[in-house]
Ligand binder design. Structure first.
Ligand code: SN0
Length: 313
C-alpha cells in the first residue's frame, strides 16, 4: 500500500481487520519495522484521538514522530495553480509539500471540509496536492470527504463486539448545533458496503449524503423503524449535503435515548467522538453498558498501526 486516503486502499478489509486484531494482542511485535523512519502529522484542524493514537501507533512501530499544528502554526497555504499570491496566503503547497517530504518518510494530514465550496471539497485539494507534490506516502487523518482511519477502527470494533454472523447496523443522524462535515459518515458507509451486514442509514429528509457514496445502501427516514432489531447503532451528525454545509434541522427528537435503544436487539452504541452529551446522545445511553465508544477509540491505535505497518512494509 502506498497511500491510505480511502478505506478501499486496504484491499481486503476483513483480512486487515484480522491483522489489526492480531497486532492488538502484542502491539510491540513490529517495534523495529519503523526504525530510522519519521512520520509528520500535519493538523489543519483540532484533534484528540487521531493525534494521540496515530502518534502511539507510529511509536509502537519504532518510528519517530513530528507533529505540527499547521492550521495555527504553519504559513497559510495556497493550493490554487498560477495564482498571484498578493493576499493572505504565504506559501504554496508546491514548495511546502516538497520541503516537508525531505524531513519525513510518511506524511499524515487532517484537513476538514470547508463546507462552503462543495466542488472544492469534493476535489480533496489538500490531500491530493500533498499526494501530487510530496512524493511520499500520504495518510488521511480526516479529509474533506473521508475519515478512513476511523472507519477501519469502527470495523475492528464491530468485529470484536458482534454476536451474529450478519449483524444489523444502523447509521443514525442526530442533531448538533454546528455544521459538521460528512467525512465520518461517508467512510463509515463505504466501510459498511464491504461488510456482510444488514445496513440501514436513517436521517431526516434533506440530510441525504452524496449519492455517489450512498450507492445502493438503504435509507429509512423513520428512525424508530430503522432501530428495530439493530445490533449496532452508530451515531453521527452531519450537515446537509444538498444544501451544502447548512444546518437544516436541530430536532431533538432525533437524539439517541434509552427509550429508542429499547427498540433494538440490545444494540451497542457507537460514536467516533467527540460527542455532545444530551444533544446527540442522552447520558443514560452513553453511560450504559451497551456504549462501546471508549473501546472504539482504543481501536484507533490499531487501525493506524496496521495502516502504517502496511505502508512501511
Ligand atoms: C469532527 C467531524 O468530522 O464531525 C471530527 C470527528 C472525528 N467533529 C467535530 O468537529 C465536532 C465539533 C463539536 O463542536 O462538537
Amino acid at each position: 500500500m502506498k497511500h491510505y486516503t480511502n478505506i478501499n486502499d486496504l484491499g481486503n478489509l476483513q483480512k486487515v481487520v484480522q491483522e489489526a486484531m492480531e497486532l492488538k494482542k502484542n502491539p510491540l511485535q513490529y517495534k523495529t519495522l519503523g526504525e530510522g523512519k519519521t512520520i509528520c502529522l500535519l493538523f489543519f484542524n483540532n484533534s484528540l484521538r487521531t493525534r494521540l493514537s496515530t502518534q502511539k501507533a507510529a511509536q509502537n512501530l519504532g518510528m519517530n514522530v513530528i507533529v505540527m499544528n499547521f492550521g495555527s502554526e504553519g504559513w497559510e497555504l495556497e493550493f490554487e495553480d498560477g495564482i498571484v499570491m498578493n493576499q493572505n496566503k504565504s506559501e504554496h503547497v508546491k514548495e511546502a509539500a516538497k520541503v516537508i517530504a525531505q524531513y519525513c518518510d510518511i506524511v499524515a494530514i487532517r484537513a476538514f471540509a470547508s463546507l462552503t465550496d462543495k466542488e472544492k471539497d469534493k476535489a480533496e485539494m489538500v490531500i491530493n496536492s500533498f499526494k501530487k507534490y510530496a512524493g511520499i506516502p500520504v495518510v488521511n487523518m480526516e479529509s474533506a470527504t473521508g475519515h478512513p482511519l476511523q472507519a477501519l477502527a469502527d470495523a475492528i470494533t464491530m468485529e470484536e463486539f458482534k454476536t451474529t454472523h450478519k449483524p444489523k447496523v444502523v447509521l443514525s443522524w442526530a442533531p448538533h448545533p454546528k455544521a459538521l462535515p460528512h467525512a465520518v459518515a461517508n467512510s463509515f458507509i463505504e466501510m459498511m458496503q464491504l461488510q456482510n451486514a444488514d445496513f440501514v442509514i436513517t436521517h431526516p429528509e434533506g440530510y441525504e449524503l452524496n449519492p455517489e457514496i450512498i450507492k445502493n445502501s438503504t435509507i429509512e427516514y423513520d428512525q424508530k423503524k430503522a432501530f428495530d432489531n439493530a445490533d449496532f447503532v452508530y451515531v453521527k451528525n452531519w450537515s446537509s449535503f444538498k444544501n451544502y454545509g447548512k444546518v437544516m434541522n436541530t430536532d431533538s427528537s432525533w437524539m439517541i435515548t434509552s427509550e429508542k435503544m429499547k427498540l433494538t436487539n440490545n444494540a451497542k452504541f457507537m460514536h467516533c467522538l467527540p460527542v455532545r452529551r444530551n444533544v446527540i446522545v442522552a447520558d443514560e445511553v452513553i453511560d450504559s453498558e451497551n456504549s462501546i465508544v471508549i473501546q472504539q477509540a482504543n481501536n484507533r491505535t490499531y487501525s493506524a498501526q496496521i495502516v502504517l505497518k502496511k505502508i512501511l512494509a
